[in-house]
Design a protein around this ligand. Structure first.
Ligand code: ADP
Length: 217
């Protein structure tokens, strides 16, 4: 299975990618998580990405392309993967295309998580993450077992700097400008499948199950 999950911030890509990757035993490659790990580890990539991410902008294509090519190669192109948050620009989509061609591989589908602004703002403003292990929570929808601390490593969970209202607005504008055109790009290639990003997790998982049965995944 080789999937791309497309959709605005807060569409639920990460949540569903995690469930699908466990179910289908393929790697879940989340660009944002990988970049935040680089920042935690103070790597060269992390130092180039930190300020851009905190302001809600996009990290330059060439950096992300190289990083993700390495990640996909490590995961194994033939073993399959779910890309969550990559590609996000037409330049990245073209780079991914070239990369897959050079490995004689193709995408199976691109899931487009169509999500309304009201739901996006609610999800992002309630989102909390663990600064130690990167686990994701939502104060109402996915609360940790013990209020305020991570289930996995007990660290105090925090709001991401880029989940503040002004930065959220900036990220949404960036999505509209840079990422939205990918919908037409992948529709043209007959890869696009629209799904209901607004739906709650169990309902959307059911929709995905039916969709995969239809397209033979
Ligand atoms: P969300 O999907 O909620 O915006 P992510 O964790 O996927 O959150 O991404 C967080 C930030 O990481 C983005 O706002 C951007 O700065 C950076 N980022 C993630 N993926 C990419 C990408 N493909 N290209 C450029 N920057 C990216």
């Amino acid at each position: 299975m080789r999937l791309v999950l497309l959709g605005p911030p807060g569409a639920g890509k990460g949540t569903h990618a995690k469930i699908l990757s466990e179910k289908f035993k393929v790697s879940h490659l989340a660009t944002g998580d990988i970049l935040r790990k680089h920042i935690r580890e103070q790597s060269e990539i992390g130092s180039r990405a930190k300020d851009i991410i905190e302001r809600g902008g996009l990290v330059p294509d060439e950096l992300v392309n190289e990083m993700m090519a390495g990640e996909v190669e490590r995961a194994g192109v033939s073993k399959g993967f779910i890309l969550d948050g990559y590609p996000r620009t037409l330049g990245q989509a073209e780079a991914l295309n070239r990369f897959l061609k050079s490995h004689n591989a193709e995408l199976d589908a691109v899931l487009n998580f169509a999500t309304s602004e009201r739901v996006i703002i609610d999800r992002l403003s309630g989102r909390r993450i663990c600064p130690e292990c990167g686990a994701n929570y939502h104060i109402r929808n996915i609360p940790p077992k013990k209020e305020g601390s991570c289930d996995r490593c007990q660290a105090k969970i925090v709001q991401r700097k880029d989940d503040q209202p002004d930065t959220i607005r900036h990220r949404l504008a960036t999505y509209e400008k840079e990422t939205y055109p990918l919908i037409a790009y992948y529709r043209e290639k007959n890869l696009l499948q629209d799904v209901h990003g607004d739906w709650d997790v169990p309902e959307l998982q059911t929709e995905l199950k039916e969709l995969f049965a239809q397209i033979g995944l």
